[in-house]
Design a protein around this ligand. Structure first.
Ligand code: ARG
Length: 455
């Protein structure tokens, strides 16, 4: 493609070192669609005629079909997807093909392809994440009555509904889909016309190209357009954040399926055995997802590190944006899909969650609140219940079995009504502020999400 300037072929080591076709072939669809739109703009400008446009379009589409069918032979010496397609086009249609690259550089071309790719993949992922949310909501409904200790520091804190715990993940995932939709706004910028870095002396109708390709905005600075990869970094952040949320859910699932907790049973289909220990049923999906989140984070750091010291404008370093992006897209799409399946099949072991909720210390805060409602300042109430807890631990007497006279030694504000606190249902019912886990609130949230997700 640049033979004019050179007297010898590149070293075969350079060819292998510099090629990206082994991974950027994935951009073939975007490259072809982008090239067709560009050819249309060339025709409007009179650089090619209508017949030539048709020849180019047909040629590109036939290349697309061959790639789809696996019959296209990629040539490593042609470096990347852009040159593979352009060279095949000229081979197939002759000289007309050689006109396609007018007023265009691979620098604006690759940015265009990457932007189209990100838009498409993110839109697909948003749908998949919504499926996962629906799967979580189904699980909330199936186990809507199940109560669970809520933890801080992985120590039992206060009672919650199992559904409230899962709904927390639904919230996280909805921020993720919002974030991805928002990222699309910044990705949705059409860079073609920026050329190598300074546009072109042949001005094409950029608005027309943008419209053809479904972009809502045009890049406003040719230098920025060819060197910008913030959109890749932002995409990778969005994907990593989904991964981080799934990784936290993984950790809950791993803990809950351990014999120590035994709150949850995963289906046989979504667990693996051990080659040595016959009894094992391992939560590999959750562990792999927790593990793969390392890659997602690594890919984000990788692109940010690539970008940080680059002079304006395009530098070949930017080719390093692709593998992390493709890897993160594959990783997160697989994780989200398999999670939707696994969540749909998991079962809660209600006796175990109930048993864990019989821990009277889950009501300690409620006792303090009870004293507050009787006029005791909260700090004082906190101390009283702290002492009461110490007494309970030392004497081995749970709150509900401590005698009234003993209660009165801790505070004169106690009366028989304190014993009403130790009922898990009423403890949950009284947590009724917006966002708190009363069964009424949780039902409202489940219904809200069902309506939202069915849109
Ligand atoms: N394969 C290259 C990349 O992904 C395409 C752009 C190459 N441009 C250049 N001037 N060498 O970045």
């Amino acid at each position: 493609m640049w033979k004019g300037r050179f007297k010898s072929e590149p070293s075969s080591l350079l060819t292998l070192y510099g090629e990206s076709i082994s991974f950027d072939w994935r951009l073939y669809k975007q490259d072809i669609i982008g090239s067709i739109a560009h050819a249309k703009a060339l025709e409007r400008k009179g650089i090619i005629n209508t017949e030539e446009l048709k020849t180019i379009k047909d040629g590109l589409e036939s290349i697309g079909k061959d790639i789809e069918q696996g019959t296209f032979e990629f040539d490593t010496s042609l470096e990347d997807i852009h040159m593979n397609i352009e060279s095949a086009l000229t081979e197939r249609i002759g000289d007309t093909g050689a006109k396609l690259h007018t007023a265009r550089s691979r620098n604006d071309q690759v940015s265009l392809d990457m932007r189209m790719y990100c838009k498409e993949e993110i839109s697909y992922l948003i749908k998949e994440v919504k499926n996962l949310q629906s799967s979580l909501i189904n699980c909330c409904e199936t186990f809507s009555e199940v109560v669970l200790p809520g933890y801080t520091h992985l120590q039992r804190g206060q009672p919650v509904l199992f559904a409230h715990h899962l709904l927390a993940y639904v919230e996280m995932l909805s921020r993720d889909t919002d974030r991805m939709s928002d990222a699309i706004k910044r990705i949705d910028v059409m860079p073609l016309g920026s050329g190598a870095l300074a546009g072109s002396t042949i001005s094409l109708d950029r608005e027309f190209i943008a419209q053809e390709l479904g972009f809502s905005k045009l890049s406003q600075n040719s230098m920025d357009a060819v060197s910008d990869r913030d959109f890749v970094a932002e995409t990778l952040f969005c994907l990593a954040m989904v991964g981080i949320h799934l990784s936290r859910l993984s950790e809950d699932i791993i803990l809950w399926t351990s014999a120590e907790f035994d709150f949850l049973t995963l289906s046989d289909q979504h667990t693996t055995g051990s080659s040595l220990m016959p009894q094992k049923k391992n939560p590999d999906i959750a562990e792999l997802t927790r593990g793969k989140t390392g890659r997602l984070n690594g890919n984000l750091i990788s692109i940010m590190t690539t970008l940080k010291g680059l002079p304006m404008t395009y530098n070949r370093d930017l080719q390093e944006d692709k593998e992390p992006l493709f890897d993160s897209i594959d990783t997160i799409q697989n994780a989200v899909a398999i999670f939707s399946e696994m969540i749909g099949e998991m079962k809660v072991n209600e006796e175990k969650t109930l048993e864990a909720c019989s821990d009277p210390f889950l009501f300690a805060t409620d006792i303090a609140d009870y004293l507050v409602l009787k006029g005791v300042p909260f700090r004082e109430a906190h101390e009283i219940v702290g002492k009461l807890t110490a007494h309970s631990v030392e004497s081995g007497t749970p709150f509900q079995e401590i005698k009234m006279e003993r209660y009165l030694e801790f505070s004169c504000h106690f009366d028989e009504s304190v014993f009403d606190l130790f009922d898990i249902k009423s403890a949950l019912n009284s947590r009724e502020a917006t966002g708190a886990p009363s069964p009424k609130n949780v039902t409202i949230q489940i219904d809200k999400w069902k309506t939202k997700l069915s849109d």
